[in-house]
Design a protein around this ligand. Structure first.
Ligand code: CMP
Length: 138
């Protein structure tokens, strides 16, 4: 069945000028770009998005990083796009992510408290619906 997923190009991806290269890979894979916006997210928006991570050691650095500059939010659509995008993105840790993936090709460890790993992708249809509601509600 056709799914939708929320893709974020995080502040590291946007500031490094990788937005186009990242979105191009997702489009080239065959997924349809259904919505697109750029914004610097508020802490309120980020607290909703990352509610499941509250209390973890990287939570505060994560919110600070994500609020530090523009983020590009996109909705992509297609058969099994949730799994497909996560495969394109690669492992959470950019040092370990396989070459050929977005994180493996463009990311690295910068010695910071938060993993700056360029992109986010929803992990289930339930998360996708929730996250799309948060980022595309205005
Ligand atoms: P994301 O998929 O957006 O969801 C939570 C984010 O927290 C994750 O990507 C990383 O940017 C960051 N993160 C996850 N695990 C860790 C960790 N162990 N240390 C630092 N940052 C992390």
């Amino acid at each position: 069945t056709t799914e939708r997923t929320l893709v974020l190009v995080k502040p590291d991806g946007v500031s490094r000028g990788l937005t186009g290269a990242i979105l191009a890979r997702v489009e080239a894979k065959g997924y349809r770009l259904a919505a697109l916006e750029q914004l610097t997210p508020s802490r309120e928006l980020l607290a909703e998005h990352y509610a499941e991570h509250e209390g973890k050691p990287f939570y505060e650095p994560l919110l600070e990083f994500m609020a530090s500059g523009p983020v590009v939010a996109a909705v992509f659509e297609g058969e099994r796009v949730i799994e497909g995008f996560r495969s394109l993105a690669g492992a959470t840790d950019p040092t370990a992510a396989a070459p050929g993936t977005i994180r493996g090709d463009f990311g690295r460890d910068w010695g910071l408290k938060v993993q700056q790993n360029l992109v986010h992708g929803s992990d289930s249809p339930e998360s996708a619906a929730r996250e799309i509601g948060i980022w595309f509600s205005r």
